[in-house]
Design a binder for this molecule. Structure first.
Ligand code: PCA
Length: 216
C-alpha cells in the first residue's frame, strides 16, 4: 500500500520550501504496511497538475496528503476546502500569473477535504503541535493542486487533502519583522502524526509493521 505525500519546490525567490523538506524527510516511512512516497511538485500552474497526475497513476495510493508553504501562518494548517479558482498574487516559477480563472471549467465550485481534519487537528494539539483548520488554501498553485487532487479522487474512497506549513526559522530570519516559523523537526513530527491519524493509526515508523501476523 502506498501513501503519496507531495511537497513543492521553492518559489517566490526563496531558497527552500518546508513542504518539500518535510515530505522528503518522511519518504520511505511506514504506517502499518503502508509506505510513504514523497514526490516534489513544481510551483507551476502548468507543471504541478501533470506531476500530480503522474504520481497518482504510478502509485495508486490509499492516502494522499499534499503539503505547501504558507508564510505568515503560525500553525500546521489543515485545509478544509479547495476552490475552483486561480488568482495568482505572484508569478509562479514559470513566470505565469493567471488571474480569475477556474482550475477546471467543467468542475464544481469546490471540494471538501476527505481527510479526518478534526481528528488530525485534535491529535496534533494533544501531542503539543500548534495546529488548526483553515477555510482557504488561497488561489495560487497550492489551491490548484488541492482542487485537482480532490477532483481526480472524487468518488474513489481514497482519502486526500492539503496541509499548509509555516515557514522554517531560516526563512523567517531573512524578513523584518520576522514572520512566525516552526522548526523542521517539529513539522516532520507533526505531519508524520497527521498521516498516521489519517490512516487510522497512532504512529509512523522506519519499518513495516506486519499487520497480518498474530501479536503473541
Ligand atoms: N505554497 C504556495 C505554492 C507552493 C507552496 O509551497 C501556495 O500556497 O499556493
Amino acid at each position: 500500500m502506498n501513501i503519496l505525500l507531495t511537497g513543492f519546490d521553492p518559489f517566490g525567490g526563496e531558497a527552500i520550501n518546508p513542504s518539500w523538506e518535510v515530505a522528503r524527510a518522511l519518504n520511505g516511512q511506514f504506517i502499518g504496511a503502508a509506505q510513504v512516497h514523497a514526490r516534489q511538485l513544481p510551483t507551476s500552474f502548468t507543471g504541478a497538475p501533470v506531476a500530480l497526475g503522474r504520481a497518482l497513476d504510478a502509485l495508486a495510493p490509499v492516502l494522499v496528503v499534499a503539503l505547501g508553504q504558507a508564510s505568515g501562518r503560525a500553525e500546521i494548517s489543515i485545509e478544509r476546502v479547495a476552490v475552483n479558482l486561480i488568482d495568482a498574487r505572484i508569478p509562479d516559477n514559470d513566470g505565469q500569473r493567471p488571474l480569475d480563472q477556474p482550475v477546471r471549467a467543467d468542475a464544481p465550485a469546490g471540494y471538501f477535504s476527505t481527510l479526518p481534519v478534526k481528528a488530525m487537528r485534535d491529535a496534533l494539539r494533544q501531542a503539543g503541535h500548534p495546529a488548526g483548520l483553515s477555510l482557504t488554501a488561497g488561489a495560487f498553485v497550492c489551491n490548484q493542486v488541492f482542487f485537482e487532487l480532490q477532483h481526480r479522487l472524487a468518488g474513489t474512497g481514497v482519502r486526500s487533502g492539503f496541509i499548509h506549513l509555516p515557514a522554517l526559522p531560516e526563512q523567517a530570519a531573512q524578513a523584518q519583522p520576522a514572520p512566525p516559523s516552526m522548526a523542521l523537526a517539529a513539522q516532520v513530527a507533526a505531519i508524520g502524526l497527521a498521516l498516521a491519524v489519517a490512516m487510522g493509526s497512532t504512529s509512523i515508523s522506519a519499518a513495516a509493521a506486519d499487520e497480518g501476523a498474530p501479536t503473541s
